[in-house]
Ligand binder design. Structure first.
Ligand code: MN
Length: 263
């Protein structure tokens, strides 16, 4: 009896000792989220914050800065990066002059976004670009843009829907075997659409993994799969409780966990 008690005590002690180790192993990865700026206010949708949380990451908003040193300080502390939607990108950054239909440009954000992406990829930090984020990813790595779909793409469908963010307004064809196809488990799905710009020429080392019926690029991924982007807004669905596109965020969090474990 005494011996049994001793064995149980030993087991309990071993179990208690094991808890901090396993808790450490399960430490959630820190996911940096890019933002915009409105006057003196840092702006980022709670939709992105909630999606990262729901996928198991710790969301951290990275305030806009054009300081390389500050960007480096943030990149030393994050394990993954979500590049968010927003304003148009200056066409001078991809070798074009401005279209008459170019929208609002935020020069500091252009510098910040491209610097964040290039440095993150160089460090091996996984990057998930959404809307403006996929466009910045493409530009940062050497691609270019369609500045205004309605005036540049004859026969284009509507990419600026007049319906809630949680509503899929047009379909996309997903390339079989691609990351997006595997994560969503389908090769055709309806997505939401809130853009008048799109990726043009795709950056070297990247491939198109989804297109709208009019040929507009809706997803790209890098050869190593560590950076990927979508033109639609998965966070708009996740925020409203529809988890169809949550696997995209979960994948980033999983890549971020791997990065964190190996850094
Ligand atoms: Mn679209």
């Amino acid at each position: 009896m005494k011996r049994l008690f001793k064995n149980i005590s030993f087991l309990l002690a071993a179990l208690l000792l094991a808890i901090p180790v396993s808790a450490q192993n399960q430490k959630k990865p820190v996911i940096g989220i890019s933002c915009s700026i409105d006057g003196t206010t840092v702006e980022v949708g709670m939709t992105y914050v909630k999606s990262v949380r729901k996928a198991g990451g710790i969301p951290v908003v990275i305030p806009i800065t054009t300081s390389e040193k500050e960007i480096d300080e943030y990149l030393d502390r994050i394990d993954g990066l979500v590049m968010t939607g927003g304003e148009d990108v200056s066409p001078l950054l991809f070798g074009q002059e401005p279209s008459r239909f170019l929208g609002e440009v935020v020069p500091d954000r252009d510098i910040y976004d491209l610097m964040l992406i290039r440095k993150a990829i160089k460090k091996g930090i996984p990057v998930f670009g959404i809307c403006r984020g996929i466009q910045c990813l493409n530009i940062a790595m050497g691609g270019d843009m369609i500045q205004d779909i309605p005036s540049e793409v004859p026969g284009a469908i509507q990419h600026r829907q007049n319906a809630p963010r949680s509503y899929g307004s047009h379909t996309i064809e997903i390339v079989k075997g691609s990351l997006v196809a595997k994560l969503l488990g389908t090769e055709k799905i309806a997505v939401n659409s809130f853009h008048h710009q799109a990726c043009g020429k795709v950056a070297p080392g990247y491939k198109v993994t989804a297109k709208a019926p009019d040929g507009i690029i809706e997803a790209i991924e890098s050869a190593d799969g560590k950076s990927f982007g979508v033109q639609f807004h998965p966070e708009g669905f996740v925020y409203s409780g529809n988890n169809t596109f949550l696997p995209l965020f979960k994948h980033l969090v999983s890549l971020a966990s791997d990065y964190s474990a190996n850094k």
